[in-house]
Design a protein around this ligand. Structure first.
Ligand code: SF4
Length: 307
């Protein structure tokens, strides 16, 4: 391991130990979370859900199943701190994510509503209106958490996270979480080197057909509106069942909002129709035109995409 990386690992481990100390000082209580049963996760669906109880004095490792959270989890194990990996299930996770979380002993939390149920109620998420993220991912579980956020992941992040390698606190008084970011300054090369050196097995999506590790692959929600149009198109082409679901559930929302101008704000639908139907982008489109386009889009998808 390079000298620089050794220093970064040492710093991360110190930070994780500080997080453990902080967690010990937090109120002693068991936190109840809705978790799916093993059978439900593995497809043998018996529809059973139960409430797991998690000790609040543990450090929560926010575990998405991506490579950065694998690195954080490995560091927590190296540091020997009392921790628990927690995965917020979104219902639009890429295939293999649940299995990867299970193989790393993560506690999986079931969402109260699925992504498509949320869409029926609130419409299409956009880059600015990431209500699905708020509902499916950004909620508190334990009082102390570590996350695998890195500034090199995006320019915007680099701007936001100028101050706190140490920690940041978010939430109001009642909902406060103390968050530590031990790999905030790690580069892509650091991550790659650490994964190789420590022989960490990542999610299968990070490997090509020959089994080579490809850190540039990204693991995120299928059809996430935050990704580029090119990536969104790839997602739609790879997952035609999602195209169907978008149309079906999007229509429920459109039908219940037929007289509003909110269609103009349905950013992902704009991009959805633009990428898949090559239609004129729908910005500022009147509601009735939007519904017409939706019907056209549905026909187009049925003929050309969902063969
Ligand atoms: S689809 Fe994108 S915006 Fe929505 S929860 Fe997933 S990551 Fe967040």
């Amino acid at each position: 391991m390079s000298k620089t990386l050794i220093q970064k690992v040492d710093t991360a481990i110190k930070l994780l130990k500080t997080a453990e100390q902080q967690a010990k000082n937090k109120p002693q209580k068991m936190v109840k979370v809705p978790t799916p049963s093993w059978n439900t996760i593995c497809g043998g669906c018996d529809g059973v859900e139960y409430n797991a109880l998690i000790d609040n004095n543990l450090v929560e490792v926010s575990y998405s199943g991506g490579k950065d959270s694998d690195v954080i989890l490995h560091l927590a194990r190296m540091a020997g701190i009392k921790h628990i990996a927690i995965h917020h299930r979104t219902s639009i996770d890429p295939p293999g994510t649940l299995q990867h979380c299970i193989s790393n002993n993560a506690v999986i939390i079931n969402p109260k509503e699925t992504f498509f149920q949320i869409m029926e109620r609130k419409g299409f998420p956009t880059r600015r209106a990431r209500f699905c993220c708020e509902i499916l991912k950004e909620y508190k579980v334990l009082d102390t958490a570590v996350q695998g956020i890195r500034t090199s992941e995006s320019r915007k992040r680099a701007e936001i996270y100028k101050e706190p390698q140490i920690c940041r606190i978010y939430g109001n008084k009642k909902n406060r979480v103390e968050v530590f970011l031990p790999i905030l300054d790690w580069t892509d090369d650091d991550i790659k080197e650490f994964i190789k050196q420590e022989n960490i097995q990542c999610h299968k999506l990070y490997y090509d057909d020959k089994g080579n590790f490809c850190p540039e692959h990204r693991l995120g929600c299928i059809c996430c509106p935050l990704q580029s149009t090119r990536k969104l198109k790839e997602d739609f082409e790879k997952h035609p069942s999602f195209v169907k679901a978008y149309i079906r559930h999007g229509k429920v929302w459109f039908d219940s909002h037929s007289n509003t101008s909110s269609h103009a704000n349905s950013g992902i639908f704009t991009r959805f129709s633009y990428t898949m139907y090559s239609a004129t982008p729908m910005r500022n489109t009147h509601a009735n035109t939007a519904i017409l386009l939706l019907a056209n889009l549905q026909n187009h998808c049925l003929k050309n995409i969902l063969r």
